[in-house]
Ligand binder design. Structure first.
Ligand SMILES: Cc1cc2nc3c(=O)[nH]c(=O)nc-3n(C[C@H](O)[C@H](O)[C@H](O)COP(=O)(O)O)c2cc1C
Length: 207
């Protein structure tokens, strides 16, 4: 299959216009199940070390479960404030969308039970594969004009307990999905002057 210039430009547009969407920007509009399935199918097309496909996805709509996760976020967010006391802005950032997003998806890495091709020297390759799957979801969602946000200020072991997953599964990403009010042109943390965009020439060397 060969792609046209127009398709190549579209892919770049989807990549460049992907944003992390948080609770201050989600609408309550529900996501059709076929779109959720498409986003999960995109995840299943991700590359994985030794084609191990070491992932598992739990789709969460249940508000009681979301509440439990949100409570854990609140606790962890409070604890994290000590690291940023010098930056008052941290107390005002919205860093999740657990309750506002109609759908949450927890993505897990399953520890292998046998030797995996490609994972004999670097044991993190399986986890990296799961992150590739998450990026596929983020981009597929964006192409459907659905926003996604990654919530990492949670106790990963506690979330596994809340979701009652087998102990061989490690939480890799906790994602919130829904339609946003807008897709901002720049990362919110850049707009709020939390971080600056790094210069391309400092990030890439040609040798
Ligand atoms: C591994 C990972 C974890 C993240 N965790 C959080 C988080 O806990 N809360 C949050 O608001 N954003 C989180 N983000 C989103 C980043 O803040 C965001 O990607 C970054 O600011 C750039 O903005 P953009 O995604 O809109 O381009 C996370 C992103 C990644 C890749």
């Amino acid at each position: 299959m060969k792609f046209t210039l127009q398709q190549q430009e579209t892919l770049f547009d989807i990549i460049a216009h992907r944003r992390d969407i948080r609770g201050n920007n989600f609408r309550s509009k529900k996501i059709k199940k076929r779109y959720i399935k498409l986003i999960l199918d995109a995840a299943l097309h991700a590359p994985s070390v030794g084609f191990s496909q070491p992932w598992k996805f739990v789709v969460i709509k249940n508000t009681k479960i979301k509440d439990k996760i949100y409570n854990n976020f609140t606790k962890e967010y409070e604890k994290s404030k000590k690291y940023f006391r010098h930056r008052e802005l941290y107390n005002h950032l919205k860093l999740e969308g657990i309750n506002e997003a109609p759908i949450n998806i927890a993505v897990f890495y399953k520890k292998p039970t046998k030797k995996i091709l490609g994972q004999t020297s670097a044991k993190n390759m399986g986890k990296y594969s799961v992150v590739c799957a998450i990026q596929n979801m983020w981009l597929m969602a964006r192409s459907l004009n659905i926003g996604m946000g990654w919530v990492s200020i949670i106790e990963h072991k506690k979330v596994c307990k809340i979701l009652q997953v087998d102990k061989n599964y490690k939480l890799t990403g906790y994602l919130c999905l829904g339609y946003p009010k807008i897709f901002p042109n720049s990362p919110e943390l850049e707009t709020l002057k939390w971080e600056k965009k790094k210069k391309k020439k400092k990030l890439i060397s040609w040798i």
